[in-house]
Design a protein around this ligand. Structure first.
Ligand code: CMX
Length: 136
């Protein structure tokens, strides 16, 4: 059901500082930027190399009560999530629930660029917050 790695998400305290760092140090550039009010994040997708592979997602808090703000408070900046592209987020979530994993949402929510998303709780996935992404 997992088609490919969609992106790897890194929590950062300040999006503009992080974008400057990734451009100057790694030559990586933004292909998409938005504020997702539902998730309380300011986020950017960066292409790697020729841009055909998985992306790097930078996630900064847009609100102090957001998941990213809480993550930064507890763990500091760093890897926050691993996201897989799926064809059907509801079907994949149902299959994973049937295997005993906890999904964070009963129904998919809005992710980057109008995608539909859900997450496997990190405690049920070996300490990794796994995101399921059905692209728009
Ligand atoms: N990766 C790995 N472990 C994590 C984690 C993460 N990102 N976030 C929390 N944890 C761990 C904590 O360290 C803690 O472990 P201990 O109990 O051993 O200390 C445990 O999970 C806490 O679990 P919890 O109390 O159930 O949950 P939290 O309040 O810490 O929230 C989570 C964690 C995953 C439920 C919350 O971050 C969430 O809802 N995430 C989904 C939404 C999200 O991440 N949005 C931002 C990205 C938006 C996007 O991708 O578009």
């Amino acid at each position: 059901e997992f088609l490919r790695i969609d992106h790897v998400g890194v929590a950062v305290p300040d999006l503009d500082d992080a974008l400057r760092f990734y451009a100057e140090m790694f030559g990586m550039h933004v292909v998409h930027e938005e504020t997702n009010e539902d998730q309380g994040v300011r986020e950017a997708m960066l292409a790697v190399g020729d841009g055909t592979g998985p992306r790097l997602q930078l996630l900064a808090p847009a609100r102090p009560d957001s998941a990213i703000a809480k993550f930064l408070d507890r763990s500091g900046p760093g890897l926050q999530q691993l996201a897989y592209t799926v064809a059907d987020v509801e079907a994949t979530a149902a299959a994973l629930r049937a295997r005993g994993l906890r999904l964070l949402y009963d129904t998919p929510r809005r992710g980057t660029a109008g995608s539909r998303i859900n997450f496997v709780h990190p405690k049920d996935a070996g300490g990794v917050l796994v995101e399921l992404v059905e692209p728009a």
